[in-house]
Design a protein around this ligand. Structure first.
Ligand SMILES: NC(=O)c1ccc[n+]([C@@H]2O[C@H](COP(=O)([O-])OP(=O)(O)OC[C@H]3O[C@@H](n4cnc5c(N)ncnc54)[C@H](OP(=O)(O)O)[C@@H]3O)[C@@H](O)[C@H]2O)c1
Length: 292
C-alpha cells in the first residue's frame, strides 16, 4: 500500500511518519516542499503518486496568529483539505484528516459528541470547521478525527512551555477554566496506525463503511491548571526546578488575541465502538511521554 503523508515535521506528522512504517510505502512531505497555500498543486501530487491512502497532518495551527491571518489559515485549513479530499475521491484513495475541539464554543458543560452543534469562537476553529465541511462535501472515503490539546516534546507545546517556565520562574499562573483532553501526539499516531493496520492492504472498502467524523483524543480530561501540575510532577529533571507555586487563574486574567472555549473536551465513544480502539488515559500518556 502507498501512503501519502502531509505535515511530516509537525507534532503529529513526525510521529505518524514513524508509526506508519511497516504498513506500506510512505511518501511524506511538509512545507516548503509542498505548500498548502498553493492548494492547486496538491491535486497533481495525488495523481502522480496514486496512493491508496492520504493522511493530512498539516495545518495552520497558530490559534492566536490566525486572528490576523485569516486568509492564510483558510487556504491551509479549508481549501487545501477540500482539494485533497476531492483528488482522493477521483483517484479512489481513502483520506484521513484531523480537526479540533476548538470547533465548539465550550458552553455545553459536558464533553462534546459528534452530534453536538459546533460554534467556533476563533478564526482557527472556524477554518477547521469549514475544512471538515469541504472534505465531507467532496464525498469519497473520508475519515475526520477531531482531536484536542496535542503535545509532543519536539515542538514548543504546552508541555514544553510549562517545563521551561518551571525551570525559570518561581510562580506559575495557569488558567483553570479551559478544560479539554491532553493528547500525546505519539499515542494519536499509534492509534491511527493500528486502525490502518486493521483496514488491510486495500483500505478503501474497510474504511468506506466506517467513513465520517469521529472524536479522538486522550482519554479523560483536565483543566490547563491540572495539566500543568501533572507536567511539573512528571518533570524528568526535577533538580532543575525553580518553581515554588502553581496558581490557578481565570482566562480573563490572561487575555489572548483568540478567544478559547471553556470545556471543549471530546467524548470519544463513537470512535471506540466503531474501531474497538481506545486512546491512553491522558495522565498515563503524559508519564510515558516524560519518562527519562
Ligand atoms: N496542536 C494542538 O493542540 C491541536 C489541537 C487540536 C487539533 N489539532 C490538529 O491536529 C493536527 C496536527 O496538529 P499538530 O499539533 O501536529 O500541528 P503542527 O505541529 O503545527 O504541524 C503542522 C504541520 O503543518 C505544516 N504546515 C504549515 N503550513 C503549511 C503549508 N502552507 N503547507 C504545508 N504544510 C504546512 C507545518 O509546517 P511548519 O512548521 O513549517 O509551519 C507543520 O509541519 C492539525 O490538523 C491540527 O489542526 C492540533
Amino acid at each position: 500500500m502507498k501512503i501519502l503523508l502531509f505535515g511530516k515535521h509537525g507534532q503529529l506528522g513526525w510521529e505518524l511518519h514513524r508509526s506508519l512504517q511497516g504498513l506500506g510505502e510512505i511518501l511524506a512531505y511538509d512545507y516548503p516542499e509542498v505548500d498548502f497555500k498553493e492548494p492547486a498543486s496538491l491535486r497533481r501530487l495525488v495523481v502522480d503518486i496514486a496512493p491508496q491512502l492520504v493522511i493530512n497532518a498539516a495545518a495552520y495551527t497558530d490559534v492566536d496568529k490566525a486572528e490576523s491571518e485569516p486568509e492564510q489559515a483558510k487556504l491551509i485549513n479549508v481549501d487545501a483539505p477540500g482539494i485533497l479530499a476531492k483528488a482522493c475521491r477521483e483517484q479512489g484513495a481513502a483520506f484521513i484528516h484531523y480537526s479540533t475541539d476548538y470547533v465548539f464554543d465550550g458552553k455545553k458543560g459536558t464533553p462534546y459528541t459528534e452530534d453536538d452543534l459546533p460554534n467556533p469562537l476563533n478564526v482557527y476553529g472556524q477554518t477547521k470547521l469549514e475544512g471538515e465541511r469541504a472534505i465531507l462535501d467532496a464525498g469519497g472515503c473520508n475519515l475526520i478525527f477531531r482531536t484536542a490539546w496535542v503535545y509532543s516534546l519536539r515542538r514548543d507545546s504546552f508541555v514544553m512551555k510549562v517545563l521551561r517556565w518551571a525551570h525559570t520562574q518561581t510562580e506559575l499562573r495557569i488558567v483553570d477554566d479551559q478544560v479539554s483532553n491532553p493528547t500525546w501526539a505519539r499515542a494519536l499516531a499509534e492509534v491511527t496506525a493500528q486502525l490502518i493496520a486493521r483496514a488491510g492492504a486495500n483500505p478503501l472498502q474497510w474504511l468506506e463503511s466506517r467513513r465520517g467524523l469521529y472524536h479522538l483524543a486522550g482519554s479523560g480530561f483536565a483543566s490547563r491548571f491540572e495539566w500543568a501540575r501533572a507536567i511539573v510532577s512528571n518533570d524528568p529533571d526535577p533538580a532543575q526546578q525553580s518553581v515554588r507555586a502553581i496558581l490557578s487563574v481565570g482566562s480573563v486574567d490572561c487575555p489572548t488575541p483568540a478567544a478559547r472555549p471553556g470545556l471543549s473536551a471530546l467524548n470519544c465513544h463513537r470512535f471506540e465502538c466503531t474501531f474497538d480502539l481506545r486512546m491512553l488515559d491522558w495522565k498515563f500518556a503524559l508519564s510515558l511521554a516524560l519518562e527519562k
